[in-house]
Write a protein that binds this ligand. Structure first.
Ligand SMILES: Nc1ncnc2c1ncn2[C@@H]1O[C@H](COP(=O)(O)OP(=O)(O)OP(=O)(O)O)[C@@H](O)[C@H]1O
Ligand SMILES: Cc1ncsc1CCO
Ligand SMILES: [Mg+2]
Length: 268
């Protein structure tokens, strides 16, 4: 099947089935990620309480954990959600926002990788290199490294934890530790709006909810992100209009848009 067709199949399944994606996420992107999942056709729900998390996971098709504005109560909530997701076989996706910048973020992300057994970890190059134990420049939430520099770290992390690792940036790299895929779509304005990476992680959750292959779901989500980013970028005059146009693109894009623009390659 040509690659674009596979992405379209997932987009159509998301629009048809409206999978429920539970997001335990940061206070910066809560609204943005909910809007992006909704525009794509999914059904987002955000939660902050242990009192409901098991009930929510009973209804959901994916769990997204994002450590962007961590606090102790949220760590306990994520651990409880992970236990429930494992029991209910709900796939978990992790966004290790700011790993490498502080010990809290690095240690919590690594602990969640051990305990929550995420099928997919998506971060920028600095975050993925930090999780693989490489020394990086401390970088807050923005990357100081290119995905190219993080390829080995991504493969090592994927092998060590039997998961899919996605490194985002100008080009996105997706690996299971053996195969490596590259997504070359995207637009520079994507890095000028906060939370675009968090949106990517949330959309990966939406794709994984309808696609049993974690590797394919991740490549597909990143391809779709990049195509929507290019569509929005061609309309926008800056970050503000870009964000609005990006939601519009997620909502309206067609199979033709994907097949005309998609630039995905299997590298190894
Ligand atoms: N310079 C660029 N050119 C094209 N696409 C880009 C560029 N920078 C980022 N992207 C795209 O933007 C999305 C987010 O990637 P990025 O690496 O910026 O995430 P991030 O650093 O985790 O962001 P955040 O923490 O703000 O959520 C991905 O889909 C990626 O492909
Ligand atoms: C800016 C910022 N700070 C914590 S989370 C977040 C959103 C981008 O990751
Ligand atoms: Mg990020």
């Amino acid at each position: 099947m040509p690659y674009a067709q596979g992405i379209w199949q997932d987009v159509s399944a998301i629009r048809d089935r409206q999978p429920l994606v539970v997001n335990l996420t940061n206070t910066v992107v809560t609204n943005t990620t909910a809007n992006a999942l909704l525009a794509l056709g999914g059904s987002p729900i955000m939660s902050e309480s242990r009192l409901e998390i098991d009930e929510l996971l009973a209804l959901s098709q994916a769990l997204v954990l994002n450590i962007g504005t961590l606090h102790s109560r949220q760590i306990a909530l994520m651990q409880e959600a992970a236990r429930s997701a494992m029991e209910r076989q709900v796939p978990v996706v992790l966004d290790p926002v700011g790993a490498g910048a502080t010990r809290l973020r690095t240690d919590t992300a690594l602990a969640l990788i051990q305990q929550a057994r995420p099928e997919i970890v998506r971060g920028n190059a600095s975050e993925i290199m930090a999780l693989a134990g490489e020394s990086i420049q401390s970088s807050g939430v923005d990357s100081r490294h290119l995905p190219e520099e993080a390829k080995e770290a991504a493969a090592a992390l994927a092998r060590a934890h039997a998961c899919i690792v996605c490194v985002s940036g100008e080009e996105d790299v997706v690996t299971n530790g053996k195969e490596q895929w590259c997504v070359r779509n995207g637009h520079v304005l994507m890095s000028k709006v906060t939370g675009t990476g968090c949106v990517a992680t949330a959309l990966i959750g939406g794709f994984r909810a309808v696609n049993a292959s974690a590797l394919t779901a991740t490549v597909n989500a990143m391809g779709l992100m990049g195509v929507a980013g290019e569509m929005a970028g061609s309309q926008a005059s800056g970050p503000g209009t870009f964000q609005a146009s990006f939601f519009d693109a997620l909502f309206s894009l067609s199979e033709i848009d994907i097949s005309a623009q998609l630039d995905v390659e299997r590298l190894a």
